[in-house]
Unconditional design. Structure first.
Ligand code: HEM
Length: 469
């Protein structure tokens, strides 16, 4: 019965005003039994929802003895992420176990005093005031890719997802490690991360059968090899930076300088490696997914693409867009914001309750898995009229209701790289769309799927045709 309740491939059903709407969920014919749900969730977490879940309400259920609380109202999200942050600051055991081998005590999965002391440090290093410095890498790398796409010609299909991952990995590698990392070392890190993510089990059955901290992830050969590739390269760059041979103004350089100024921060080689790996990991796949989904939506919505090209022609013309153009490209920004609404790269935000708590009539147990699901929230009709439709104009003059739009999460654990990521997505879209028009390979069926991030299940086969000489 999979087809009856699996989210549909994005067929862009035509609706009356001639516009299109992606991925309308269908009702489940019946709720599958627990073990079947688990099997499906391991493949694609999005598949467990049916149309009735896209509703403004919070609810609790039990999975193999573990309490699961799904929060889907802005008011309750504010409670979890902001007002009672300390009760819910801890990431789920699934997330911690899945990433601990790679990131150690890096910011993304740490909590308590480690998180509290590192957060201001990392936030400062990727702060919006520094984005103009890093934007040079964004402009350069995006322009290189635009050349590559034009040179490839309109008849040679390629996978937009892997190209976008390469593009954003190159940008974040230059920002974190500096320009001197070298192609080979960059490739080692990127492939090591890829290997790791392909192998890691992000479900952790141990947690559901009673282990509050989950069980350690199975460390197979490929997983260990992925970790080793990443750690070896990063540790070398860290020791080079400590010895004064690093690239000035790289994020690592800033971390090393901070440690030199305040030794009680305790950032040894391992801690520096963990934070550098965290920023790298947090900073490339999310933006790559955003750009990939943006190409998909634009290819399906020519009226949006036309307006994008008109904006670029008026503001930028023949030159390459730069960071200074970003404030003058509101339509580019709206396209990215609407893409992040429909396809939030982190579609599940999972926390573990630190103590018993009560939320309205729900008694939340200590150790419960609390799920906030941007995928559901962003497609809840009472918050977002015409919720499944691609309408960038909804972001043009109005800001969403607080806690109804959370692609970067919210509260004290909000994405530290929000400004970096948003600027990067807008700028890369502008640079590439100014040169090419992206088309989906005919007959392509795109199915959104979620493991750690939300991505098209079988990639995104596209072609790119030049817009200008
Ligand atoms: C469109 C791009 C991006 C999106 C949608 C995004 C989304 C998110 C989300 C949802 C979280 C919270 C995850 C959770 O609570 O489980 C997060 C955390 C984080 N992100 Fe991003 N991110 C993006 C880009 C970036 C970039 C470019 C960087 C770094 C340059 C970055 C660095 C971080 C860090 C360090 C954290 C951990 C913050 C903490 O726990 O205190 N992100 N991001």
């Amino acid at each position: 019965m999979l087809d009856a309740w699996f989210p549909q491939p994005d067929t862009f059903e035509e609706v009356s005003d001639g516009r299109f709407a992606p991925a309308r969920p269908r009702p489940h014919e019946h709720r599958p039994e627990v073990l079947h749900t688990i099997a499906i969730a391991r493949r694609n977490l999005l598949a467990v929802f049916d149309i009735h879940d896209y509703t403004l309400r919070s609810s609790a259920l039990r999975l193999l003895g573990r309490q699961l609380v799904v929060i889907n109202t802005p008011e309750d999200i504010k409670t979890i992420f902001a007002s009672r942050h300390q009760t819910y600051e801890r990431k789920s055991p699934q997330m911690r176990r899945a990433l601990e081998m790679l990131l150690g005590d890096g910011l993304f999965i740490s909590d308590g005093s480690t998180w509290a002391s590192r957060r201001p440090l990392v936030a400062d290093i990727v702060h919006k005031n520094r984005v103009p410095t890093f934007a040079v890498a964004m402009e350069d790398v995006a322009a290189e890719f635009a050349e590559r796409w034009v040179a490839r010609g309109p008849d040679r299909p390629f996978d937009a997802l892997s190209d976008m991952a390469e593009l954003t990995a190159e940008i974040i590698a230059r920002a974190v490690f500096g320009n001197r990392l070298g192609k080979e070392a960059a490739r080692e890190v990127i492939e090591g991360f890829g290997d790791y993510q392909a192998q890691v089990d992000s479900f952790n059955m141990g947690y559901f059968i009673g282990f509050n901290e989950g069980l350690p992830t199975w460390r197979g050969r490929r997983l260990r090899r992925g970790v080793k590739r990443v750690h070896t390269v990063i540790e070398k760059v860290v020791t080079d930076h400590i010895a004064g041979h690093g690239d000035h103004h790289s994020m690592l350089d800033l971390l090393v300088q901070r440690q030199a100024r305040s030794p009680d921060l305790g950032l040894d080689v391992t801690a520096l490696r963990n934070e550098a790996a965290t920023i790298f990991m947090a900073g490339y796949e999310t933006t790559a997914a955003t750009l990939t989904w943006a190409w998909y939506l634009l290819a399906k919505a020519p009226w949006v693409e036309e307006r994008l090209h008109a904006e670029l022609d008026a503001v930028v013309g023949d030159r390459t867009p730069s960071h200074a153009d970003v404030p003058n490209l509101p339509w580019c920004r709206c396209i990215i914001e609407e893409t992040l609404r429909l396809y939030p790269p982190v579609p599940f935000l999972a926390r573990q309750a630190a103590k018993d708590d009560t939320l309205h009539e729900i008694a939340i147990e200590k150790g419960a898995l609390v799920l906030i699901v941007p995928w559901l929230l962003h497609r809840t009709e009472s918050l977002w009229p015409d919720a499944h439709a691609f309408k960038p104009e909804r972001f043009l003059d109005e800001r969403p209701q607080p806690y109804s739009y959370i692609p970067f999460s919210a509260g004290p654990r909000i994405c530290a790289g929000l400004n970096f990521g948003l600027t990067e997505a807008i700028l890369c879209l502008a640079v590439l769309a100014n040169r090419v028009r992206v088309r989906l390979v005919p007959g392509t069926e795109v199915l959104p799927t979620c493991r750690l991030t939300l991505r098209p299940q079988n990639g995104m086969p596209v072609t790119a045709e030049a817009r200008r000489k």
